[in-house]
Design a protein around this ligand. Structure first.
Ligand code: MF3
Ligand code: CO
Ligand code: CO
Length: 264
């Protein structure tokens, strides 16, 4: 299957879905504090998506996933299942939201530090991973290739002595949650398909403080680092425009590119 080019009508619906997904992250942020369980975060997001947004939490029952959001804590890389775990001071947690509205998906995730004294390593990992996402996003323009995105991300992660998870990647998105292409977070410039206006896909680098290797827990969902090192991830849904990109899941007070510009 080839990479779909969205129509103007589809792009409008993707904008709506993307905005809703971003708004769930804005809504949940103040709740991410010591002593809350990941299940409580799931319930609050679920109720907000269903009752306020009148949308569908796409993860629920997706390939059997049992909850409405993913919560991945500390050495969990992605697809953590909300449950009775109580967040404590110093934890880091990724909250991954996918909203389905009017037949279209918006997919985005954010890292949160629990409490206000994160370790220096956690702080640096989260910051570098966000920079990786932004550097990847800045490669999105017609004529560039998907490998340019992966190259930019891998370079920045490894320059900071972190590693890039290979087993999971970004993805095309639209009516279908995960559609072509696979958007790798590592690679070589000029490789992969050409990026064209009207494509919509996610970029969602998973960066480990230790080695890149991961394993799947017996729950068949939660991915963790093999060496138990910390892992971070940020995700946006990106539209390719005639001149570059638009971030469909940008949060209200998020300045895209402001970090990466400082790096150059
Ligand atoms: N939101 C995840 C992604 O970024 C996918 C979660 S699938 C689930 O692609 F089933 F685990 F929810
Ligand atoms: Co995604
Ligand atoms: Co996601």
């Amino acid at each position: 299957m080839s990479i779909s080019i969205k129509t103007a009508d589809e792009i409008e619906k993707m904008r709506v879905a993307g905005r809703l997904a971003a708004q769930v992250l804005e809504m949940i942020a103040p709740y991410v504090k010591p002593n809350i369980t990941t299940d409580e975060l799931n319930q609050i997001c679920h109720d907000y998506i269903v009752n306020v947004q009148q949308a569908i939490p796409a993860p629920l029952n997706y390939n059997g996933f049992p909850k409405s959001i993913c919560t991945s804590v500390n050495h969990q890389v992605c697809h953590g299942i909300p449950g009775s775990r109580i967040l404590k001071e110093g934890d880091i947690v990724n909250i991954d939201i996918t909203v389905l509205k009017d037949g279209y998906h918006g997919d985005t995730s954010e890292m949160f530090m629990v409490g206000n004294k994160p370790s220096i390593l956690a702080n640096r990992l989260i910051k570098v991973t966000l920079e990786c996402l932004y550097l990847g996003i800045e490669q999105v323009k017609p004529g560039n290739h998907f490998g340019d995105i992966g190259f930019a991300i891998q370079q920045h992660a490894e320059k900071n002595r972190f590693s890039v998870v290979r087993e999971y990647c970004g993805h095309g998105i639209g009516r279908i949650f995960h559609e072509p292409p696979n958007v790798l977070h590592y690679g070589e410039k000029g490789t992969g398909e050409e990026i064209k206006p009207g494509m919509i896909f996610t970029i969602e680098p998973m960066i480990n403080a230790g080695k890149r290797f991961v394993k799947l827990l017996p729950d068949k969902w939660t991915v963790v680092t093999k060496d138990h090192s910390l892992s971070a991830q940020w995700e946006h849904t990106i539209l390719v425009t005639d001149s570059g990109f638009q971030v469909l899941t940008r949060r209200e007070n998020e300045m895209i590119g402001s970090i990466s510009k400082k790096l150059i």
